[in-house]
Design a protein around this ligand. Structure first.
Ligand code: NDP
Length: 283
């Protein structure tokens, strides 16, 4: 029977550590880390995420600056707010909650955030730095996946890793992070042929697809390690991942559950990036 990787507990431990780091920054340098969160419009799921981020900041002692703007806010007004926050000395991290209204160009917004405050790691400069192996900020979800593997003592060096999903926010940066840890990485997507065979050869599988339980338990090599990023809602309202968890559990060495695996790590790594950003301001 595989081990269940407890993302909630690992996230809790990291947040305790972050709390201490924040206390040290305040006591020794007079710096309180600050995270600005911008939400344009009133998407209910985004409102929940923004509230969770604010609560998480409060928990570790980070000051959150919340900017909840009406849906009709112009792109110019948003860019001007970002410019103000780029120059605000108490703000060490800026994030614009996705998705944004259709009249706002997402790439223009990403590029407006100072790379030094880009705690999501989505600015093209930060994407490039990650690609050349010199990251300034690692994107939160894939970094959270990597930390789950590392904290669980999983060997990465020389291992065969298969990442399913090539989005800019999860799959692609995940592949780069695993590559930097000396894994041999195969990046799969919707045009990949023979996905089951590729997964059968993998020591580590990261699933970031968005299709409920698409990866079946018998696809895995016995003893594989599985990180399931997927968050899908079943018809009965319950959540599930991209992997058929109950089928996979008896076969694999370790696997993350959904919920309670990758999810709690994403916001935790956002807090960590904000503390790192603040730490860089120490004279
Ligand atoms: P995207 O929709 O941006 O990307 C999905 C990827 O899956 C694409 O690259 C797509 O391929 C690939 N894909 C789709 N169908 C198949 C298939 N049949 N076989 C192989 N690959 C396929 O999703 P995200 O990366 O944003 O998110 C992925 C999942 O992770 C979602 O369930 C999302 O909710 C969850 N998520 C969870 C987070 C957390 O904190 N727990 C954070 C972020 C995401 P192609 O490029 O060819 O279209």
């Amino acid at each position: 029977m595989g081990k269940i990787i407890d993302g909630k507990e690992i996230a809790r431990q990291i947040r305790l550590q972050l709390r201490e780091e924040v206390q040290t920054l305040v006591a020794e340098h007079g710096i309180t880390p600050g995270l600005a969160v911008i939400l344009v419009g009133s998407n209910p799921a985004s409102q929940v995420y923004v509230r969770m981020k604010k609560q998480a900041c409060a928990e570790v002692g980070i000051t959150s600056f919340s900017h909840e703007l009406p849906a009709e806010t112009s792109e110019g007004a948003l860019l001007s707010l970002i410019d103000t926050l780029n120059n605000h000395p108490s703000v060490h991290g800026i994030l614009v909650q996705l998705p944004q209204p259709a009249h706002i160009h997402p790439q223009r917004v990403l590029e407006a955030i100072s790379p030094d405050k880009d705690v999501d790691g989505f600015h093209p400069r930060n994407v490039g730095l990650l690609a050349i192996g010199a990251p300034l900020f690692r994107p939160c979800t894939p970094w959270g996946c990597l930390v789950l593997l590392q904290t669980s003592g999983i060997q990465l060096d020389g291992q065969q890793a298969v990442v399913v999903g090539r989005s800019n926010i999860v799959g692609k940066p995940m592949a780069l992070l695993l590559l930097a840890e000396q894994a041999t990485v195969t990046l799969c997507h919707s045009h990949t042929r023979h996905l089951a065979e590729l997964i059968a050869g993998a020591d580590i599988v990261v699933a970031a697809i968005g299709r409920a339980e698409m990866i079946r338990g018998d696809w895995f090599k016995p003893g594989a390690v599985v990180i399931d990023v997927g968050m899908n809602r079943r018809a009965d309202g319950t959540l599930c991942g991209d992997v058929a968890f109950a089928e996979a559990l008896p076969r694999v060495a370790a696997i993350t559950p959904v919920p309670g695996g990758v999810g709690p790590m994403t916001i935790t790594m956002l807090l960590k990036n904000t503390v790192i950003g603040a730490g860089r301001c120490v004279a």
